[in-house]
Ligand binder design. Sequence first.
Ligand code: SF4
Length: 210
Amino acid sequence: MAVYSVKELFYTLQGEGAHSGRAAVFCRFTGCNLWSGREQDRSSAICTFCDTDFIGTNGNGGGKFTSAEELAEAAALLWPGGGQPYIVCTGGEPLLQLDAKLIDAFHQVGFTVAVETNGTIAAPADIDWLCVSPKIGSDLIQTSGNELKLVYPQEGGDPANFEGLAFDHFFLQPMDSDTGEENTDAAVVYCRDNPKWRLSLQTHKILDIP
Ligand code: SF4
């Protein structure tokens, strides 16, 4: 029996990228393959700028779900009705756990299924919206999708190296760090000079959307 470990399961607005502003259930899976999630491991991790707590199952709505149906039904209960139900599978790295069975279960309860991945694992078929956010220093396996969202700047992460990939949308998202304002200014300049790229702001942080 499959067991899905979920840090948190909650209803909010998607804050960033092409679907910014859209109501969504967020399913944040536990664990990532590019960082343990422990601060003492951050400096030696492949991905060092993570802003997310993905350890454990103790978040809002989190837990261990013993079947795809159980998790899908818990998610569906959070949708208020109306519109097109939309679920964003994120993490951590969601593709460590999200499988065809769970995608099917989400579809069965009416969700459009979006995934936000670091791109190091090939995505299963039948995902409705695939957002890949490459992390420099890792192997990018998933080189196609709907949306490429590059956190900017990353050392060695020239956006030009990604713009030939098979994505419909290309976003630069300023890195949230102690140089956040400079990062935002740099991303604005880059998008202005390179119109293939659009600016993605983390509006849920700016507006403190719960
Ligand atoms: S890949 Fe994503 S979830 Fe994993 S450590 Fe980096 S930012 Fe965090």
